[in-house]
Write a protein that binds this ligand. Sequence first.
Ligand code: ADP
Ligand code: MG
Length: 296
Amino acid sequence: MSVVDAGRSHTAEDHQHHLHAEQGSPATIVLRGVTAGYDDRPALEGIDLTIRQGSLTAVFGPNGGGKSTLLKVIAGLLRPWHGEAEVLGAPPGDAARRIAYVTQAELVDWSFPVSVWDVAMMGRYPGLGLVRRPGPVDRGAVHLALEQVGMAEHARTQIGQLSGGQRRRVFLARALAANPELYLLDEPVTGVDATTQEDLMDLLEAEARRGKTVVATTHDLACAASRFHDVVALNRTVIAHGPSELVLDQEVLRKTYGGHLLVLGQQAVLLDDAHHHDEAAPGEAHHHEGQPRSSA
Ligand code: ADP
Ligand code: MG
């Protein structure tokens, strides 16, 4: 269950950063009238969205609302049926080397003997090409990234031995090691402990301050409200987009979540799918704790 306190306040520093990201910063992502989906079922319809350089943006909405699909379109992994998309000044996919994309359910064989170091080094591969082997610069970037996420001392650990939160840290390290201009992170802080969540958000905030653009999906409305500067409310279409303190009102939440929202005075409580499921690709096992998921 997620709770949003409509009366929360943002620090002056947040506000300053926000203005920095909005005023005249180049548009990192521009979607115009984008419709996309699977087979003949649209998951996104008529999406108009501009995200500027340096923004720290949360995409939130109900299960099946199209959050993961939106990231796939931006990453160039799913081609829109209609509309135009431009990412880092190019068609989606063309700027893949300048983007770090971390999927919601990492398709990893956890029993495969690959170390924490190896996974983080994967962030360097796009820049390495076919011939060049990792050099001191690559090793330095990997070491720094592992230090940033607090996993440097586990560099030799096999990923299969890590906790869920540690895996999230390592996949963020892979993204950091790539030194991308744009981070596309599908549920990066979902299902991790509070300390890890805060640590990862601190890192993402620091990246945004450096002028990197961060777009993350989240089920956690409280996290979206408190840690992200901008939010996109998504349910097939963009319901609202803007500074979290302006956008996250009861009306937007009601439109986004429909009847699954209970408003109690100043607080909005999500009743439905706030319990996260790790969405799995076809054929991959779903793991559920608690109630079964309705097929979205
Ligand atoms: P969210 O990430 O917000 O939960 P998704 O983008 O995963 O939403 O899904 C949006 C819609 O597209 C849902 O109806 C979902 O069932 C459908 N969908 C997602 N991935 C696939 C896929 N690989 N094949 C077919 N349908 C899919
Ligand atoms: Mg998803």
